[in-house]
Ligand binder design. Structure first.
Ligand SMILES: N[C@@H](CCC(=O)N[C@@H](CS)C(=O)NCC(=O)O)C(=O)O
Length: 203
């Protein structure tokens, strides 16, 4: 069945899905839209909830980045089988998205004074709050969130890269376990070849 991933020509919340697909050796069409010309109502109006990413397999359509990532991860054995282990990973992935929501709020803010204050808070407080905790979790679990590679490791690295792009930072430089995990993901089969040919993202 033909697989298609629709998203912007950005890392955002879809880069981890691209990584998972490449790692799993899944052939897919990586359909990308320009942020600058969005909204393109010809496209937006046919999206199930008007937003990206959208994943398609034949006639089946799936929205919500985490649902897509977890679905693909299931196919490539990157989701633990034990319900408790799954729940622990869910709690981490939702926390990663709590962090990301703050980056998005900053990005969307229109008032320049408030935007500056939000950036200060992210750089001086929020990143450290979340990443000291992610760092500890990785260190306590052999460098992964679950003692071995799972889908949530991919999600973290995707969000780190997106945050780096949106804020002009390099989060991983201050958090060695995150840095090591990023390097591991980048050298996985499939991901390595994709990263080597990927053009740098610009906002
Ligand atoms: N919770 C959704 C959020 C989807 C979302 O916010 N998509 C944004 C891009 S990251 C979008 O489509 N923005 C354009 C629009 O709303 O028109 C997910 O995780 O997939």
């Amino acid at each position: 069945m033909a697989k298609k991933l629709h998203y912007f020509d950005l890392n955002g919340i879809a880069e981890s899905i691209r990584y998972l697909l490449h790692y799993g050796g899944q052939k897919f069409e990586d359909i990308r839209y320009e942020v600058k010309t969005w909204p393109d109502n010809n496209i937006k109006d046919v999206l199930p909830f008007g937003q990206l990413p959208l994943y398609e397999e034949g006639t089946m359509k799936l929205t919500q980045s985490l649902a897509i990532a977890r679905y693909i991860a299931h196919k490539v054995n990157l989701v633990p089988t034990d319900p408790w282990d799954q729940a622990v990973l869910d709690s981490i992935v939702f926390t990663i998205y709590d962090f990301w929501a703050k980056v998005v709020a900053y990005f969307k803010e229109q008032d320049p004074k408030r935007k500056l204050e939000m950036k200060r808070e992210l750089l001086e407080e929020t990143i450290d709050f979340y990443f000291t905790r992610f760092e500890k979790h990785l260190k306590d679990n052999k460098g992964y969130f679950h003692g071995k590679l799972t889908w949530v490791d991919f999600v973290l690295i995707g969000i780190v890269e997106a945050t780096n792009l949106f804020l002009g930072v390099n989060i991983e430089k201050k958090y060695p376990a995150v840095d090591t995990l990023m390097k591991k993901i980048f050298t996985l089969p499939g991901v390595k070849e994709y990263v080597a040919t990927r053009k740098p993202y610009v906002l």
